[in-house]
Design a protein around this ligand. Structure first.
Ligand code: ADP
Ligand code: ADP
Ligand code: ZN
Length: 223
């Protein structure tokens, strides 16, 4: 099962990818997380992408395609995977199709999380995550169960993303509308697009996604 989660920044891709990974036990590949790890470790790649990310722009297609492809060929992904944050341009989508076809594979569903811009800004404004395990939270919509303690690992250290400040969010939304939104007709034409109402609460969105993938025989067989 190969799933793509598509949607603007703050739509809930990471949140739903975490839930799907836990539920179906397939790998989750988040290109934003991969890039942030490179930046944190000050690797040559991290140095190359740091300023681009801080400005709210997309990193070059070749850079991100190389990073992602290094992951999809690992044994962890043999049973399938969930893509969170990739593809973000038509070039990336085409490269993915070619790479999968070479292995006799293909995307099963592209889940489009639809959320309006005002709600995205509210979501991104309150976003934080566990510094140790990466679990995602929101000040209002998904607080930790016990104040200051991660539900998943009990850590008391949390982080807020540098690019989640208002000026950068506007640029990221602009990049989404100009560079990523053309993927919607691209996947629509291939019969893969499954729009889901991302404005609903987290569990209701998860239920809608499960309805889409739950009817898929391949996943049922593998899980
Ligand atoms: P969000 O979850 O808010 O949509 P991500 O964590 O997926 O954001 O991505 C953070 C940043 O990493 C993006 O603004 C962009 O700079 C870079 N990035 C992540 N994935 C890609 C991609 N597929 N193509 C280009 N840039 C990417
Ligand atoms: P993305 O990966 O698409 O950028 P996230 O999954 O990080 O989005 O979600 C952005 C913020 O909104 C996080 O703080 C998350 O806890 C919260 N969130 C995600 N989905 C919902 C939802 N359906 N309703 C309310 N808040 C949500
Ligand atoms: Zn944690």
């Amino acid at each position: 099962m190969i799933l793509v989660l598509l949607g603007p920044p703050g739509a809930g891709k990471g949140t739903q990818a975490q839930l799907l990974q836990a539920k179906f036990g397939i790998a989750k590949l988040s290109t934003g997380d991969m890039l942030r790890e490179e930046v944190t470790s000050c690797s040559p790649l991290g140095k190359e992408v740091k300023d681009i990310m801080a400005k709210g722009q997309l990193v070059p297609d070749k850079t991100i395609i190389d990073i992602l492809f290094a992951h999809i060929h690992t044994p962890d992904c043999a049973r399938g995977f969930i893509l969170d944050g990739f593809p973000r341009t038509v070039k990336q989508a085409e490269a993915l199709d070619v790479a999968l076809a070479a292995e006799g594979k293909a995307i099963d569903h592209v889940i489009e999380l639809t959320v309006d811009d005002a709600k995205l800004i509210e979501r991104i404004g309150g976003r934080f995550s566990c510094a140790k395990c990466g679990a995602g939270y929101h000040d209002t919509f998904k607080p930790t169960k016990h104040a200051g303690k991660c539900d998943a690992c009990d850590s008391t250290q949390f982080i807020r993303r540098e690019d989640d400040k208002a000026e950068t969010v506007a640029k990221r939304l602009d990049a989404y509308h100009k560079q990523t939104a053309p993927l919607l007709p691209y996947y629509q034409q291939k019969g893969l697009l499954r729009p889901v109402d991302g404005m609903a609460d987290i569990q209701a969105v998860a239920a809608q996604i499960e309805k889409v993938v739950g009817t898929d025989k391949k996943l049922a067989k593998n899980s």
